[in-house]
Design a protein around this ligand. Structure first.
Ligand code: FAD
Length: 386
């Protein structure tokens, strides 16, 4: 895409994803979440139709398109009320990192499954004592012959219970200096010494979060992704896609909330006209719509820059898009609840369920404050406080 107008192919893709997602929708999503089940049917169908791997190379079973197309898939699924977090993790972060930096064997082993959804790969960087400061992570890999032995702890790891493998961001010791440097490892979820416990969240989601423990997990040498010296570049390769997908999810959720509210206020009547005629309701909804459209434009810019290979430009736009979409979707969900009055808080109307979920876009994958730090320092050249 070189202009603001999507190609016919991209428009077709939007329609196809929206049509598939509409067959599931929010009722299905919440039903599964409340029953403690996963949305396996939706995941499998999205994989079969080529949506999950749309950004991955064709030679490994992907669609050969880019982050633009993957973000569009995410947005449309979220707009139907069924945003899947594992879309951010499996094809966007992990698929991208392996496709760009993996060895031929790693690509052959993991990418076709990630692309068709038969393999889900979780992603683990966050640690209890490091949080937003990922320079402080302490999960460490040491050599034992040609094997690696990995030990540490991770927190808030989405969907590891559904995953066949998890990409762990750890550290290794530099032979020469003794300093620790980042390194990425693919760990099969049935590896000995890997375990997890569920974190009870007040989030109605079919995908759960886990505390993960690595207790001397022995891995073969080819568990290390690409080269030991390229981990920082590898990590950065996954960050822009993650933020673009975070933005896409929030844009979709904002659209979902606005649609629900608009449908409701068009017909609900308690005075002479439908309540949607009152500017106390119509103006905030119009404002929400503008804010979501603006966030979407930045998301599209970020994806277009990323796909064109401009990583620095994409980083600024992806951070801004994630911020803008998070803020806009929180406000859209809040206004949707208000527009529905008492029904805004019922189970039946399904909008209250989005209140906590909408806050996620302010916290993960990178918090609102850390985006503001990035923009203050990188775009504005201001000094750091931390
Ligand atoms: C539902 C969910 C799913 C997740 N999935 C994954 C996953 O799959 N894999 C994974 O690795 N992680 C995952 N995360 C973790 C997520 O990325 C972190 O929660 C997030 O990065 C924030 O880290 P933290 O929770 O440790 O907060 P902290 O770093 O403790 O931050 C707490 C608050 O302090 C603020 N703060 C911190 N430092 C600064 C500063 N320098 N300036 C200003 N403010 C600051 C933050 O913005 C935030 O508001 C998930 C989280 C959630 C909630």
């Amino acid at each position: 895409m070189s202009s603001f107008i999507e190609t016919e192919e991209q428009q077709e893709l939007r329609k196809a994803v929206a049509a598939m997602a509409a067959n599931y929708g929010q009722d299905y999503y919440l039903e599964k979440a409340r029953a403690g089940q996963h949305t396996t049917e939706l995941w499998q169908e999205a994989g079969k139709l080529g949506f999950i791997g749309v950004n991955l190379p064709t030679e490994y079973g992907g669609g050969g398109a880019g982050m633009y197309e993957l973000s569009l898939v995410m947005e449309e699924m979220a707009a139907a009320g069924s945003a899947l977090l594992m879309m951010v993790v499996s094809p966007a972060i992990n698929g991208t990192i392996i496709a760009k930096f993996g060895t031929d064997d790693q690509k052959k082993r993991w990418l076709p499954g990630i692309a068709d959804g038969s393999i889900t790969m979780a992603f683990a960087i966050t640690e209890p004592d490091a949080g937003s400061n990922s320079h402080r992570i302490t999960t460490t890999a040491r050599r034992d012959g040609s094997d690696w032995i990995l030990s540490g702890q991770k927190v808030f790891i989405s969907g590891i219970d559904q995953a066949q493998a998890v990409l762990i961001v750890g550290r290794t010791e530099d032979h020469k200096t003794g300093n620790l440097k980042p390194a990425l490892f693919i760990v099969p979820t049935d590896a000995k010494g890997l375990s997890w416990t569920k974190i009870e969240m007040e989030l109605i989601s079919p995908e759960s979060q886990f505390q993960v423990f690595l207790d001397d997990v022995r891995l073969p040498s080819d568990a290390l992704v690409g080269s030991e010296d390229a981990a920082i570049a590898q990590l950065f390769a996954g960050l822009n896609p993650e933020r673009i997908m975070g933005a896409a999810s929030a844009v979709g959720m904002g659209r979902f909330a606005i649609t629900k509210a608009v449908d409701y206020v068009k017909t609900r009547q308690v005075w002479k006209t439908p309540i949607g005629a009152h500017q106390g309701l119509s103006h905030p909804l119009a404002q929400n719509h503008i804010e979501i459209e603006l966030a979407k434009l930045m998301m599209q810019k970020a994806a277009a820059l990323y796909d064109s290979g401009d990583d620095a430009g994409a980083a600024e736009a992806a951070n801004m898009a994630k911020y803008a979409a998070g803020e806009a979707s929180v406000r859209a969900v809040d206004q949707a609840v208000q527009s529905l009055g008492g029904n805004g808080l019922t189970k039946e109307y399904g909008i209250a369920a989005a209140v906590t979920a909408s806050k996620l876009a302010r916290i993960a994958p990178v918090s609102r404050e850390m985006v503001l730090n990035f923009v203050a320092q990188t775009s504005l050249g201001l000094p750091r406080s931390y």
